[in-house]
Design a protein around this ligand. Structure first.
Ligand SMILES: Cc1cc2nc3c(=O)[nH]c(=O)nc-3n(C[C@H](O)[C@H](O)[C@H](O)COP(=O)(O)OP(=O)(O)OC[C@H]3O[C@@H](n4cnc5c(N)ncnc54)[C@H](O)[C@@H]3O)c2cc1C
Length: 384
């Protein structure tokens, strides 16, 4: 049986970053990915993901975000390609909504530059935006997006350059901790390691059944649409955004990579199930759900469809992450699920996971992410 210091399971957003962080420390590491490297079955495809500092979800994410920005910049410098694009970000909705108030709270607590705009001011400044009257928009200039598909490949390439081994098209079927080491069983063989990082995204409950009740995959669909006036939706003109409306919580991007405005709807059609069972085939109902948001908020983008893509969220009850050592098996570190807002953190999660796997602790505050908060089987952990 081949032996490694650490095995990383799942070479997606979190796993690819962890693999690099371990390899650059001189650790003997193996990354195992069940599909092709850079596939479109999980949670990270669809070209890019929003990154923003004014974190309406909870202000405690801001220090993690500052470190995430620094590590994205470091990765792109070493990889020789741009991964982080700054466009500014908008958090919009009714003035008292949790998105607007949460964003303002994060800005004020962490002294982030920001402006509070009315709907009319936002439309004058960013003419692709037509927020309903009475809405407010928090503009924060550091927001933007990370090229998620490129970032996974860049992290993987950096890891390999530091000596990491990666196996694609190999599925982990069991993690067997015991006596201070872990055996990883796959459909091709068995490997042994001192520690394991389990970052299998939407499939986490297959490998860590204790998380089954609290890590629920959910089908999402992203859409790209050709605007009537593409210039209004160019990067540099159109900031990324989150807008909470009466018909749903929409998030959007300027045209990049594909020549169309990109939009998604949090929780989409509320379809839950096992990651293998959720359809990756977009339907007319998926498109209509996105067009409703376009018609309400971005009417100039209501043009022909360019692409639709299905993707998976994995939600916890409180929508915070799970990043912890497994109770009863501390040599197994679990990462994700990231409840639909995790990619921006992948760079810093890589560092945190590497710290947990090597030192058992992290200098970042992880108190929002402990497994113990769920009680029940999750808190008991036990066999992975
Ligand atoms: C439509 C959509 C929009 C989103 N928008 C944003 C956004 O704007 N900003 C943001 O920050 N976040 C966003 N997110 C969330 C973010 O993309 C996820 O939090 C992030 O991609 C999760 O990364 P991951 O590494 O956990 O999962 P993945 O990248 O899916 O990686 C998990 C990997 O594990 C592999 N794997 C699974 N099981 C096994 C096994 N048994 N053996 C080996 N390998 C295995 C999988 O094949 C996969 O490659 C969005 C998500 C979706 C779906």
């Amino acid at each position: 049986m081949k032996r490694y210091d650490t095995i990383v399971i799942g070479i997606g957003g979190m796993g690819s970053a962890a693999l690099w962080q371990l390899a650059r420390r001189g650790r003997r590491v193996l990354g195992i990915e069940r599909f092709d490297l850079g596939h479109a079955m999980g949670s990270s495809h669809g070209l890019n993901r929003i990154i923003r500092l004014s974190y309406f979800e909870h202000p405690d994410y801001v220090p993690l975000l500052r470190r995430a920005y620094a590590l994205w910049r470091e990765a792109e410098r070493l990889a020789g390609e741009q991964l982080l694009f700054v466009t500014g970000s908008i958090d919009g909705g009714a003035e008292q909504s949790r998105v607007v108030q949460g964003s303002l709270r994060a800005c004020r607590l962490h002294d982030l530059p920001h402006e509070l705009l009315t709907a009319a001011e936002a439309a004058r400044r960013f003419p692709g935006y037509r927020l309903p009257r009475g809405y407010a928009a928090v503009y924060q200039p550091d927001g933007g997006f990370v090229a998620s598909e490129r970032a996974i490949l860049a992290h993987a390439a950096l890891a390999v350059a530091e000596g990491a081994e990666i196996h694609g098209r190999e599925k982990v079927v069991a993690i067997e901790p015991g006596q201070g080491r872990v055996v990883v069983v796959t459909d091709r063989g068995r490997y042994e390691a001192g520690t394991v990082i389990a970052a299998p995204g939407a499939w986490i409950s297959d490998l860590v059944p204790a998380l089954g009740p609290v890590a629920v995959p959910e089908r999402q669909v992203l859409g790209w649409f050709l605007p009537r006036d593409p210039a209004l939706f160019a990067p540099g003109i159109f900031p990324v955004s989150n807008v909470l409306t009466e018909i749903g919580h929409f998030y959007q991007f300027p045209a990049w990579g594909i020549p169309g405005f990109k939009i998604g709807l949090y929780n989409h059609l509320r379809e839950h199930g096992h990651a293998d069972a959720l359809s990756r085939e977009p339907t007319p109902a998926d498109e209509e759900a996105l067009r409703r948001g376009i018609r309400l908020l971005f009417p100039e983008a209501d043009g022909p469809t360019l692409r639709l893509a299905a993707c998976l969220f994995t939600n916890t009850p409180d929508e915070h992450f799970v990043v912890d050592r497994l109770p009863g098996a501390p040599e197994v570190v679990v990462a994700s699920p990231c409840s639909g807002h995790g990619f921006k953190f992948a760079s810093v999660m890589g560092e945190i996971l590497a710290d947990l796997a090597t030192d058992g602790t992290s200098r970042m505050d992880l108190s929002l992410f402990g497994i113990g908060r769920f009680g029940g089987t999750a808190a008991e952990g036990g066999k992975a």
